[in-house]
Design a protein around this ligand. Structure first.
Ligand code: GDP
Ligand code: IMO
Ligand code: MG
Length: 428
């Protein structure tokens, strides 16, 4: 296998950071292809915990090449803060282990401002974004007024584009929303400073990715967010602004679909969601709270409490379909130990019919009633399990339900946040 994707099968925070770190042991190159510093990927190695937002999780190895691809929206402020944070934790970063696409779009201060303004203007219909400027930056990309990393490398081009953008955005900020204008000079100066620090990392990364695959190196594409936050296949408009599904790799890293060999969907053993939007199997009761506390379900990027609910196999089936998943890696099965009975959703009752896909319309989704099957729980502490045989029988039954309903095998089971709390049960 030479090029494979690790992506979120639910609403994000499935454990992509941990699984990327685990799989990166055999990889040569790790690539982020969409999203930005809205992501929060946790990796635990030994006693150390790392929280990554923008830099691929392969950076912790030191000898892997990490790439921020063209599909990523890059906030230089966040980038240098993260580099500093990693340096303090002993991680050295040079152009030998990090490259940045010259085609990536830059998150500018006005994108962060507009993210906040738009959310406030939505009132009770706010999306609950991370406030990092993700939506406004992708909006500019599609509107063709965005500023790319390559522009930042050419001072005159950057200055001209920044002037146009600051003028345009200041009109919106002051005239429509009556808020404070941004100062061109200070933004220009700030970004000129970033330009010099960034220059040595910037290149046409799609060539590097292509050459690596052709040279039979292992390339791992690290997804951010999750399938139901995908701009096309998620619970629109309560989604992020990029394609989080496997197709996002093609456009976000410049790789043809025929070059991707495997796609692994990371699935938490239950369901969580942070931010607003529909969630059919949500538990707004004591069990939901119990899962939140036991699973430490609080956001890495915003610290918000995550909403928790039963495992929804309709969602996993949707993820398997739209990304052509070759397998699932199931995480946090240890969190569920201690519950007498577990429920898994095996379909939605919708207008008298049973469906096994997530409908496009939120009005339709609101009418969907989850159909549950019960599985007996397990008391044993399974965090010490290191092979499939070590797992309690009922946990095996639970895992089998995922494979049977989705028609997709499970390749990896994770029973804790650390590298060694992981077992391979099948090929990816
Ligand atoms: P990501 O955004 O998909 O990378 O996931 P997050 O890092 O936001 O959230 C996943 C959380 O679960 C992190 O705190 C991980 O350290 C932790 N984690 C990952 N896998 C497991 C697991 O199998 N069991 C437990 N208990 N925690 C896990
Ligand atoms: P990782 O990679 C969970 C959610 C936000 C909000 C919606 C839109 O750690 O899984 P945005 O700032 O992207 O415009 O917010 O998407 N969201 C995430 N939820 N995990 C993430 O990343 C997320 N990134 C964005 O909470 O509902
Ligand atoms: Mg996260």
């Amino acid at each position: 296998m030479s090029a494979y994707v690790v992506l979120g099968a639910q609403w994000g925070d499935e454990g992509k950071g941990k699984m990327t770190d685990y799989l990166a042991e055999n990889a040569d190159v790790v690539v982020r292809y969409q999203g930005g510093n809205n992501a929060g990927h946790t990796v635990e190695v030994g006693e150390k915990q790392y929280k990554l937002h923008l830099i691929p999780s392969g950076i912790l190895y030191g000898n892997k090449l990490n790439i921020i691809g063209n599909g990523v929206v890059l906030d230089p402020k966040a980038l240098f803060e993260e580099m500093e944070y990693l340096k303090e934790l002993g991680v050295e970063i040079t152009p030998k282990n990090l490259l940045i696409s010259d085609r990536a779009q830059l998150i500018m201060p006005y994108h962060r401002v507009l993210d906040g303004i738009k959310e406030r203007a939505r009132g009770s219909k706010d999306i609950g974004t991370t406030g990092k400027g993700i939506g406004p930056c992708y909006t500019d990309k599609m509107e063709r007024s965005g500023i790319r990393v390559c522009d930042l490398m050419h001072t005159e081009v950057f200055k001209e584009k920044l002037e146009e953008n600051v003028k345009d955005k200041n009109d919106i900020i002051t005239k429509i929303y009556r808020e404070e204008a941004l100062d061109f000079d200070s933004v220009f100066e700030e970004y000129m400073n970033y330009a010099e620090k960034m220059r040595e990392y910037v290149t046409e990364t799609s060539v590097v990715v292509y050459d690596s695959i052709k040279a039979k190196k292992e390339v791992l594409f690290e997804g951010a967010q999750g399938t139901l936050l995908d701009i096309d296949y998620g619970t629109y408009p309560y989604v992020t602004s990029s394609n989080t599904i496997a197709g996002g790799v093609c456009t976000g890293a410049g790789v043809g679909p025929t070059m991707i060999t495997n796609a692994v969907g990371i699935a938490k053993a239950y369901t969580t969601r942070v931010g607003k939007g529909p969630f059919p199997t949500e538990l707004s009761d004591k069990t939901g709270e119990w899962i939140r506390e036991k699973g430490h379900e609080y956001g890495v990027t915003t610290g918000r409490a995550r909403r928790c609910g039963w495992l929804d196999l309709v969602i996993l089936k949707t993820a398997a379909r739209v990304s052509g998943l070759t397998s699932f890696a199931v995480t946090k099965i240890d969190t569920l130990a201690g519950l007498d009975t577990l429920k898994v959703c095996i379909g939605y009752n919708f207008n008298g019919k049973v469906i096994d896909y997530v409908p496009a319309s939120l009005e339709d989704l609101a009418k969907c009633e989850p159909i549950y099957e019960e599985v007996k729980g397990w008391d044993e502490s399974i965090e010490n399990a290191r092979s499939y045989e070590d797992l309690p029988e009922n946990a095996k039954i639970y895992l089998k339900k995922i494979e049977e309903f989705t028609g997709t095998k499970i390749s990896i089971v994770s029973v804790g946040p650390k590298r060694d709390q992981t077992m391979n049960v099948n090929e990816l």
